[in-house]
Each structure stands twice: as C-alpha cells, then as structure tokens.
Ligand binder design. Sequence first.
Ligand code: SF4
Length: 477
Amino acid sequence: MYNDNPTLAGLQKEIDEDRQGEAFYQDVINEQEGSKFFYIESYGCQMNFSDSEIVASILAENGFAATRNMEKADLILINTCSIREKAELTVRKRLKIFDALKNEKPGTLVGVLGCMAERLKTKFLEEEKLVDLVIGPDAYRDLPKLIATAEDGDKGINVFLSREETYADISPMRLDSNGVSAFISIMRGCDNMCSFCVVPFTRGRERSRNAFSIIAEATDLLNKGYKEVTLLGQNVDSYKWENPESGEVVNFANLLEMTALVHPKLRVRFSTSHPKDITDEVLFTMKKYENICKYIHLPVQSGNSRVLDLMNRTYDREWYMNKVRRIYEIMPDCAISSDIIAGFCTETEEEHKDSLSMIEFARYSMSYMFYYSERPGTLAARKYEDDIPLKVKKRRLQEIIKLQTAISLERNQEDIGKVFEVLIEGNSKRSDQDFKGRNSQNKMIVFPKADGLKPGDYTMVKVTDATSATLKGNIVG
Ligand code: SF4
C-alpha cells in the first residue's frame, strides 16, 4: 500500500539505507487466531528487544495475537531508542509510514514505547499527532488499560519510572528467536551518570531482579532446547539482589555461577558491563566454568584520562589498562570488545590519539564506534559545548574504525589453525550449504554443513581463513 506511494516508498528506502548495520527491526512470530492483532518493531539495544518480548507477552495475555503484517494490525507499536540523534530521526521517519497506514485503516492505534517515549513524554503527543500511546520502559504492565483509553478516543500515556519494576514474573514471548540462544534481562536502569548518556534519564535507577526467577527462566529455556543464554542489563555486572527472606546477597559473580550450574552444556554470556564492576571474583568465576563464555564487552568510550573524567566514567586510562591486563592474565584466551566515542566535547588531537593507542594496547576483537552525538538533558549537554566540528568528528571516527578493523583482522588471523567448539545457530547468510555459529570468544564462524548436525548442536571447527568480521573453517573430529 504505502509502497505505491512514491513519497512513502522513498522514505522507506531512506530508512532501509539508515538501517545498514543497525540491529533494530523485528516483526513477530506465529500468527494466531485472536480477536485483535498487534505488530511491533524494535530499535536500539538488546534491552529494547527483550522489552518487546515482555510487551508481546502482556498483549498475548490480553487477547491480542501477533502479526508480521503491519497492514493487518489493529495496534502498531514501535519500541524506540534515544541513544543518538540518528536513532530518533529513524523513528520519526517510521511514524510517517504508520500515519499513512492509519489513514488507510481508521481505528488503528499507534503506540510509542521505550527510551524516546520516556525522554519526550507528553511532548511526543504534541509533536506527532498520529500517536495514541506513549509508554515508558517501566510502564508496560499498564498497556491493556492505556489501549482501552485510546480505543475510547483519548491518548494513553504512562512514563512513570519505577524503582522496583523488573517484570520478573512475566515470561517473555520469544520473538524472532533462532531457538538456540536467548536473552534474559537480569536488571534494569543505570546508576552511573556518564555525562553523554540518556539511559539514566530514560530507564531510571538500577534494580536487580530476583535471582531465583532468573534461574527459573534459564532452566525453562534449557528445557525448551535453548543452548545459550545472555544475561542482560544496561550495567549487568553491578547486579546485586538481596533475598528478602534470608537476607542473603547475590552479586553478579554469584549469579554467573548459579546460571553456569543450570547445565554444563548451557552456554552463559552477559552484556553490557561497566569496567568498574568487573571484579576478580567475576573473572575467576568465568575461568572456573567452561560454559561461561570467554568474552567480555568492556566499553572504554575514550583512551584519554581528561576526556574520561569529562565523561564521568569513574576510571582513568591507567586504571582501565590494568583491568584489561588483569583479564588477559586470568583468562589469556578471553576476547574483549569495546565501545568508543570519537570527538567528545573539547577532545584534542592528542587525546584522540590516546583512543587510538588504547585500541592498539587492548587489541579488541571488535568495537562499536560512533562520533559524539549530544543528547538533550544529559550532563554533557548542560555543562559542555559540543565544540568538535562534524568534519573532524567523522575523520577521527574513520581513523578509529580503520585501526580497529585492522586489529580485528589480525586477531582473527591469529585463530587460523586453531580448533574451537562452536554452537550452531543456523544457516550462514551467504549460503545455505554452510552453517554459522560462534565460539566461546563470541566470534562468528562459517563452515560447510555435515550430515546429522542442526542448529543447537555443538561441533568442533578448525579455522582455515579469516576476515575482520568472520572466521571460516571446517568441521573436525
Ligand atoms: S554505564 Fe554509562 S553509558 Fe552505560 S547506560 Fe549507564 S550511564 Fe549510559
């Protein structure tokens, strides 16, 4: 329908171009006979994808069935990201598409969820007239009531940030799942106030989920045939839950161990960490269990201490380098990846070079790399001038990407000749004659299929070739 409208089709093409490399889009599974249909798509971090699974579960409990077909939906939901300006622009473009659909099918409700909903609140309703629902990350239980409000012709809005909500009792509806690996949200919010970040404002204070409900979910996934779980949180390694009955405190290292003990063939991963909470206890627990994957995402953001101080990252260059040394000391085969921001406020050329030399020092397996995007309401937006010209930001980012790509290739080439246990996730994107899967270090490996193997099986693969993003190999033994 909107495809035959040149403006909207053009817009869709733009959005598709925007999306290159951004993991964001998701339509739901297994259409069921139900009274009403919902359609949901998600943008941004894995937390948002997991939240969409909670939303889907709440809607399924309230008479909604899922559809992949937006035009069939009675309710269209978009779970939004606010981390960079570009993410919000993409959402606004998407809303224009929904507007056309709504004009075609009056009565269709459009709802905005997630961080952009929380950041803009009622302003969203003023700016985007087509929007019927604005619901923040802690208010999804309120969905059925707000939908009823909107069906009566009013606007439904709830952007209350909670200090308790973890949705622990809601079993997520696994969306777009490969049936092999799944995410388990273990905590919400973030108490770190990194000066460039909106998350503390859009997701509230940290709260950790009941440890037993997490282990129950991991066990349930195992029984359903899943072979890998990723423990998820904005700041996952500051997890801390106090058992209200016994007063016993479960910290992140304890939770990692409890999850590893669910079953030796259930792989355990976690994301995202703040370097300050990666303790020796966590590292030795990772070393103790083979099924805890030897991979840590350790965002550095900058390689320069003055810039790190402006970012309020609570560590400096030396401290972070010692943490990296400690990880490689305890687990020499551990892979580390990172996040790096180019062109933060007042960053000099010399300080930019510190970020480059940090990449050379840490030899990350890969990194997520962006140039600084000022976010309204953050500490940096209030205190510092966004004074690095866009041209310089982009040039510095290109230098960071070029260096990181070269190091990723070197690290992958060092794996040629090695044999890894790989968990098969499915067919390779390029050929259905090949399987794809990851090793413990979170590296994707592509290899020719063999009879009798299927997604969810482990197999041993010898690496024969490498690019900066992927390893290639053959099954051995
Ligand atoms: S740790 Fe910092 S960057 Fe990460 S979510 Fe929290 S405030 Fe944002």
